[in-house]
Design a protein around this ligand. Structure first.
Ligand SMILES: [Zn+2]
Length: 89
């Protein structure tokens, strides 16, 4: 589980996500399945809010060690977009 503070903290992961372009499927708000289209590997990413702080977790090896992986970055980007859309309704 990593805390999402600023975008720069996961900037490297975001850049990698832009290169790899994994597919992000929304299971429900806050729960995502990220697929690497090349390898077919899928990972679960959860986004949640606790005490006003945002956290995210990915099921891959890097994610288990608390590192920001590109799966997490891709899911967080989708999550923010969803949150923005919900707020505008
Ligand atoms: Zn991951």
């Amino acid at each position: 589980m990593i805390q999402l503070t600023t975008a720069t903290a996961i900037e490297n992961a975001i850049n990698k996500a832009r290169t790899v372009k994994p597919r992000v499927r929304v299971n429900c708000f806050g729960s995502y399945t990220v697929t690497n289209k090349t390898t077919g590997a899928t990972y679960s990413v959860e986004c949640l809010k606790q005490d006003g702080k945002r956290f995210a977790h990915c099921s891959c090896e890097a994610g288990k060690r608390g590192r920001a992986c590109y799966h997490l970055a891709a899911a967080v980007a989708a999550h923010i977009q969803l949150a923005t859309e919900q707020a505008s309704h």
